[in-house]
Design a binder for this molecule. Structure first.
Ligand code: ADP
Ligand code: MG
Length: 459
């Protein structure tokens, strides 16, 4: 009866939200019982529970009441008492206690004591890397939602989940978020996060010290194994063999595997075919570099987490400075906040620019100057430098000119008057107008493509 009621409720709710939200949030939930006018809905973990409390409670209750008017209250639970044993196997700890194992970034029980930097090698689960602190953008939407559903139903959705993307784009953050969510929500589940180096070096050590039993126990007894930067398995034959066996053991018993790398499985040279095909068996999702809007959202969020109220123009300034990845973005933000705190000056574009001075020098060191930018933009549009810096106002010339102004500001952080001088002696208001035009239009695909192409030519 709960089942039929739940189906009816889902039918009410489904049309009211996006497909991704519905699949992510509602499909893992379940109505477990209706008793004494209280409906109990099971959700996979505390993170879901929070979300349901804040986002879905009213809507759900209303939908339930429509079909079961006697219901007056709704509670969310993370345990399905009766099914627990089957869904979430309790793992024996090394000491043999059958306990609710919390976990576990690198269970180290039984590891030979001579191993030097144990904690560094094992890694630790970083509590600040959660889904809540991850700012989703169009660049990371798929990875984010796949990670979320994996955390919600480990071993049941995508197995393995393979996340790839360039450095500093949030892969490790998402892996920790999955593990953190699981640790917080399932008292009976164990998750193990390790870097690929930890896996390979522990494997090698285990052979040397005849500790293979320990090694197998460590890696094959967990409910969720997360291995970061698996591109480092390349050309390590012994480790690949062991990884293959570990993978199969876990996968065959529906234990969740999450992997991250800097490129997709098939592109990892020196990785055996049987491994790369297994890595692609579940879902492979990428994280792309964030666009300006997403970078701004990240800067704004990180600033407010640090208790700094930054004016929009500074948020934008930082986001245009640090384009490559989010680690760089955080670094730039820290420089700006740090400088203003130390000097006890208010946040201003000038102080931000001064703080990030080194980053322009960085662009300078890469050999990017105003001249190279103007030449590159002119070439991109098939114009001469004289045309692009000149005064004729045909549409053929005006748009490329605006692009050049924008890129000068974007890449070198030049002031409007400086850009005016570089562009053949133009007034700073002309420059502001040009930069604004591109800023306003940069979400259009032809403009964003032109900007991307120019940026990549500039290296
Ligand atoms: P990767 O593993 O892809 O090299 P990380 O996960 O280590 O990158 O991310 C680098 C830094 O950027 C971390 O401090 C992380 O918290 C932060 N970060 C990355 N992506 C995001 C995001 N979308 N929202 C908020 N912080 C992020
Ligand atoms: Mg990483």
């Amino acid at each position: 009866m709960a089942d039929a009621l739940w189906q009816a409720v889902l039918q009410e709710i489904e049309p009211t939200m996006s497909r991704v939200s519905f699949v992510t949030w509602l499909t893992p939930a379940e109505l477990v019982e209706v008793k004494n006018a209280v409906a109990t809905v099971y959700v996979p973990n505390v993170f879901y529970k929070q979300r349901f409390e804040t986002h879905f409670r009213d809507q759900l209750l209303a939908a339930i009441q429509k079909h079961a008017p006697a219901v007056t209250a709704l509670v969310f639970t993370v345990s399905k008492v009766a099914n627990d044993a089957e869904v979430k196997p309790v793992v024996e700890t090394a000491s043999g206690q059958r306990s609710a194992v919390a976990v576990v970034a690198g269970m180290t029980e039984g590891w030979p004591t001579q191993q030097s930097d144990q904690s560094a090698a094992s890694g630790t689960l970083l509590s600040r890397y959660t889904f809540e602190t991850f700012v989703e953008g169009s660049n990371s939407r798929l990875a984010y939602s796949a990670a979320l559903s994996t955390a919600g139903e480990p071993g049941r959705r995508y197995n393995p989940l393979f996340i790839y993307g360039g450095v500093g784009l949030g892969k490790t953050h998402l892996m920790h978020a999955i593990a953190n969510t699981i640790v917080a929500g399932h008292l009976t589940m164990t998750a193990l996060y390790v870097s690929c180096e930890t896996f390979t070096s522990e494997f090698v050590e285990s052979i040397r010290n005849r500790k293979m039993d320990w090694f197998k126990k460590k890696y094959r007894s967990v409910d969720i194994l997360l291995v970061d930067d698996v591109q480092f398995l390349a050309n390590k034959e012994g480790s690949q063999e062991e990884f293959f066996n570990t993978f199969n053991t876990l996968h065959q018993t529906n234990r969740q595997i999450v992997l991250a790398a800097d490129r997709p499985p098939a592109a990892i040279v020196g990785l055996e075919d049987r491994l790369s095909s297994r890595f692609g068996m579940g879902i492979v999702v990428d994280i792309q570099p964030p666009n300006l809007e997403t970078r701004m959202a990240i800067v704004a969020r990180k600033a407010s987490e640090k208790g700094a109220l930054l004016p929009d123009e500074i948020v934008e300034f930082i986001a245009t400075k640090a384009q490559n990845n989010i680690r760089e973005l955080e670094g730039a933000l820290n420089l700006v906040i740090g400088r203003c705190e130390v000097l006890q000056v208010p946040f201003s574009l000038e102080s931000a620019r001064a703080a990030l001075n080194g980053m322009y020098q960085e662009a300078g060191r890469r050999g990017v100057t105003a001249e190279t930018i103007i030449t590159t933009v002119a070439e991109h549009f098939g114009l001469t430098v004289a045309e692009i810096t000149g005064r004729r106002r045909t549409t053929r010339l005006v748009y490329p000119r605006h692009v050049a102004m924008y890129v000068l500001r974007d890449q070198l952080g030049l002031s409007y008057p400086d850009i005016g001088r570089a562009m053949g002696g133009k007034d700073h208001t002309t420059i502001m107008h040009g930069v604004d035009k591109i800023t306003a239009g940069r979400s259009q695909s032809h403009i964003s493509q032109a900007l991307d192409a120019i940026r990549s030519k500039l290296g």
